[in-house]
Design a binder for this molecule. Structure first.
Ligand code: MN3
Length: 199
């Protein structure tokens, strides 16, 4: 089955003024679309052509001769997960089960903010910061380039894109300001709660 570009779950201007419509238009319409287009070209006529996106990612992870397929398909999945990790009017302290779990596993929401911010800020070059559930416990991790928490034996709950294309038009080189804005104004705790409930 061909890989498809899912629509953004909100309007292009829905995250303004934190992430403006130009960023979302290019990030979704050009970057995300390019991973879809390239992924489809690479799987055409191969054993992966009829597999689900997640199955392709898991089957190609860590295989040097399949790096092109992995990089493009993982980036398709990571971006879709990232769009849902944000919502208009999001951010701030979590509610529901994820709030209790954060307190139980990290000690406090403030400690989670510190760990997540550090993961995003210290990912050298391009990559992702994650909140995941692994062996029943929350963990904050970072991955380089297209690497994804999906293939680490964890259940991803939230992600934040820290590739420069995610924030450069809005924040230029100020990645820490983007991370702060993500946590204070954008993070979608409903999505994290839904993923936690399914985990
Ligand atoms: Mn990106």
């Amino acid at each position: 089955m061909a890989i498809e570009l899912p629509p953004l779950p909100y309007a292009l201007d829905a995250l303004s003024p934190h992430i403006n419509s130009q960023t979302l238009s290019i990030h979704h319409g050009k970057h995300h679309q390019a991973y879809v287009t390239n992924g489809n070209k690479l799987i055409e006529g191969t054993e992966f052509a009829n597999m689900s996106l997640e199955a392709i990612i898991k089957a190609t992870a860590g295989k040097a001769d399949k790096a092109g397929i992995f990089n493009n398909t993982a980036q398709v999945w990571n971006h879709t997960f990232y769009w849902h990790s944000m919502k208009p009017g999001g951010g701030g302290k979590p509610t529901g089960a994820i709030a209790d779990k954060i307190t139980a596993d990290f000690g406090s929401y403030e400690k989670f903010v510190e760990l997540f911010s550090q993961a995003g800020a210290t990912q050298f070059g391009s990559g992702w910061a994650w909140l995941s559930l692994k062996a029943g416990k929350l963990e904050v991790t970072k991955t380089p380039n297209a690497e994804t928490a999906l293939t680490t034996g964890a259940v991803p709950l939230l992600t934040m894109d820290v590739w420069e294309h995610a924030y450069y038009l809005d924040f230029q080189n100020r990645r820490p300001d983007y991370i702060k804005t993500f946590l204070e104004h954008l993070v979608n705790w409903d999505f994290a709660n839904a993923n936690l409930a399914k985990a």
